[in-house]
Design a protein around this ligand. Sequence first.
Ligand SMILES: [Zn+2]
Length: 87
Amino acid sequence: MISYKMVEKFVDVKDEVTCNRCEATAKYGTYGADFHSAYYHGGFTSKLGDGNEYAWDLCEDCLKWLFDQFKINPQLPESNSDDESSC
Ligand SMILES: [Zn+2]
């Protein structure tokens, strides 16, 4: 038979996120504070470095700024919530 005892445990929990581009910060779980997290691992002969790893967070304003730089709009046609004909 196994008996149990209560122990105090310390764990890392997400507390705050900072935008890599503009340094805006927000507490995790804050309504309306939408951040996008991304990760990239450079493969063999990558222009960003063979085996180099990158991780970044962008606030929604900076994500919009990034999307505005694209020549091809990344928005999926089905995701346009302003289109009322799909209801
Ligand atoms: Zn930002």
